[in-house]
Design a protein around this ligand. Structure first.
Ligand SMILES: Nc1ncnc2c1ncn2[C@@H]1O[C@H](COP(=O)(O)OP(=O)(O)O)[C@@H](O)[C@H]1O
Ligand SMILES: [Mg+2]
Length: 240
């Protein structure tokens, strides 16, 4: 479903991703780990078509995702319906005047009828248990509430793949647990989940696939069992 082949990325002359190769299959729960500045967020931006490889390939559902490919409105719409991204600084994703409109925004651009929009928005409010926030101004919400609204707005589009950049940062333990169990349920329903985190112990029993950076490359591409049985790499993950 997702494939990176000999992928490099440079900001100007500064190479930050060096020869990245991996595959993520449908319904994987993939965790990307690595030290600060190793390129995790850059890689997620590439997976979401916000920036493009300097060298090598990124394939989504067997299509190479390039600037040119996404210039086509149909390709762009299809791609963004299939992969949803929750930014680390998710504040930037909130720009509507009510929570309802925030979640409805993408659905309206898809051209759904207001009836269908309403149905999906209400379903997502319920799923995130934030029905009471419906008429609130997103900007004024707490961090945890904002996060839930952004997630609801992404889920409303019903993407196949959900990508989250350090989703647990800055959230209370209670909200972290709620988010984790939501992700587990979405994964059980067939969604592919990709996230970055530093919290190995929180995720070790949940994810089935681990991509672990060392410097600018992915050094280990492990299943959960491979990781559990490798004390050295497990310790490395704990220190991240
Ligand atoms: N917009 C940018 N322009 C130039 N350099 C950047 C930019 N964003 C990130 N970098 C650099 O790229 C490297 C990887 O950053 P990032 O992908 O944010 O790492 P991580 O998410 O693993 O902490 C870092 O050295 C960072 O300073
Ligand atoms: Mg980052």
């Amino acid at each position: 479903m997702i494939k990176c082949e000999n992928l490099n990325f440079c900001y100007g002359n500064n190479k930050v991703l060096d020869d990245i190769n991996f595959t993520i299959n449908k319904n994987d729960f993939t965790v990307i780990m690595g030290d600060n500045g190793c390129g995790k967020s850059t890689l997620l931006k590439i997976l979401n078509g916000l920036i493009f490889p300097s060298k090598g390939k990124y394939l989504f559902n067997n299509k190479e995702i390039t600037k040119n490919y996404l210039k086509d409105n149909y390709n762009m719409a299809l791609f963004h319906q299939n992969i949803g991204f929750i930014f680390q600084n998710y504040d930037v994703q909130l720009f509507n005047s009510t929570v309802y409109d925030e979640i409805a925004f993408g659905l309206r651009t898809m051209g759904l009828s207001e009836n269908d929009v309403n149905q999906r928005v209400m379903d997502c409010l319920k799923l995130l248990d934030i029905e009471e926030l419906k008429t609130r101004v997103p900007y004024n919400l707490s961090g945890g509430e904002k996060k839930k609204v952004v997630i609801a707005s992404v889920l409303a589009m019903n993407p196949q793949v959900i990508v989250l950049d350090e989703p647990f940062n800055g959230l209370s333990m209670k909200v972290q647990e709620e988010l984790l169990s939501l992700l587990v349920n979405l994964n059980k329903c067939g969604k592919t989940i990709i996230l970055t985190t530093h919290r190995y112990d929180q995720i070790k029993g949940i994810a089935n696939h681990f991509l672990i950076f060392k410097d600018k490359s992915i050094k280990y591409d492990f299943t959960r069992n491979q990781l559990i049985n490798n004390n050295e790499v497990k310790e490395y993950c704990r220190m991240l």
